[in-house]
Design a protein around this ligand. Sequence first.
Ligand SMILES: C[S@@+](CC[C@H](N)C(=O)[O-])C[C@H]1O[C@@H](n2cnc3c(N)ncnc32)[C@H](O)[C@@H]1O
Length: 314
Amino acid sequence: MTRVRKKTKKTGSILLSRHRGLRGGGPSVIASRPFSNTSSLSSKVGRTLIRSHHTLQKRLSQALSKNDTETANSIRAEIEANGGIERYQQASVCGQDNQRGGDSSKVLIDWLRETIRSSPNKKVTNKKLRLLEVGALSPDNACSRSSLFDVTRIDLNSRDPSIEAQDFMDRPIPTTDGERFDIISLSLVLNYVSLPAARGGMLGRTTEFLQHTSLEGEEGKGRESRLTELFPSLFLVLPAPCVTNSRYLDEKRLEEMMGNLGYRLARRKLSAKLIYQLWRHVGKVQSSGRQKEFNRKEEVNPGRTRNNFAILFR
Ligand SMILES: C[S@@+](CC[C@H](N)C(=O)[O-])C[C@H]1O[C@@H](n2cnc3c(N)ncnc32)[C@H](O)[C@@H]1O
């Protein structure tokens, strides 16, 4: 039985960003503030701004899905009045400050370094790992600083010349291995997507961009470290409540959905605010016949204080 509830935020409700715990805070809170040019925002202002931006994006997606142009235009104007995506990104960058949760890509680097350390053969790979960072805020996070990766960065709004302004959903599907990647990073991006079916679409699309050829080539076979067992893969980071406190999603259901796409969970870490997961893609799966289970919301976690984060596949 699926309970339909009005959207009132309660304790434990989800704030779809790396921050959580703030109540209320509609768009007008931000609109009434003069924008500062400084690069830092107080964490309270940042949280409010991020939350407000997500709410407006959700209302915009809903208006667009109903072809309600008038409402969509007025919501777009409200988003711009709040500082638009630039201001949202500025708040997200501030959220990456170590004091406020840190750069999520450090977790990925830690996992890889640990895997190399524990391998009998410490050799990494013959070539750099090709990483597609979707939703890149800056070119100097831990992955970018690491010598392991050759990074391609995209974002809806580029904040640096090394970040291509591109919607991942519009990125052409690769036709050659040269256009594919060993790993894709979707860190705090899936929760930016407002509609559950669009989230499923984004996850499904990642599989088209992964390359399955050996990282070592024939001559390197048998000499590689255990690192190669982790690729090709998807590094997925979500606000923890998306899976720990959602009415429609928990880790088990996410694992089933990802399994249906050919992903197997290779690493996982849960912090107070975020859940980090590394999903290894083992290849396209034959239809498991489970698609139907994932095209509608199913209550897996009933309770009055849950949030409504969901992922659907259609
Ligand atoms: C909260 S920020 C997260 C940034 C960073 N990855 C992190 O972990 O802190 C989300 C970013 O994802 C970007 N984004 C959302 N949907 C996207 C899409 N379809 N294609 C490319 N970038 C997207 C937004 O523009 C925004 O800069």
